[in-house]
Write a protein that binds this ligand. Structure first.
Ligand SMILES: [Zn+2]
Length: 80
């Protein structure tokens, strides 16, 4: 069973489509039992979408994004 912390760690790989089958199943299972993580995933997707809009520039992340999501954007930029 995935913890919420692990869930958060897997989100990026999940959205990139490179999460191993077993972990993807655990991830989706967690979605089914943990509404807060579903909300987090939705927020994350939205932030990624916003992040993509300014990814090519040097602009700051959206000002109203939670700090964890800002970190995610910055991580995505480093990765990409
Ligand atoms: Zn959770």
């Amino acid at each position: 069973m995935l913890t919420c912390r692990e869930f958060a760690d897997f989100i990026m790989a999940y959205l990139d489509g490179d999460l191993p089958e077993a972990q993807r199943e655990a991830f989706q299972e967690h979605i089914g039992i943990c509404p807060p993580c579903v909300h987090y995933l939705d927020s994350y997707k939205e932030t990624i979408r916003l992040g993509c809009l300014c990814r090519d520039g040097e602009g700051p992340p959206p000002e109203d994004a939670p700090e964890a999501l800002v970190e995610a954007i910055l991580a995505a930029r480093r990765k990409g």
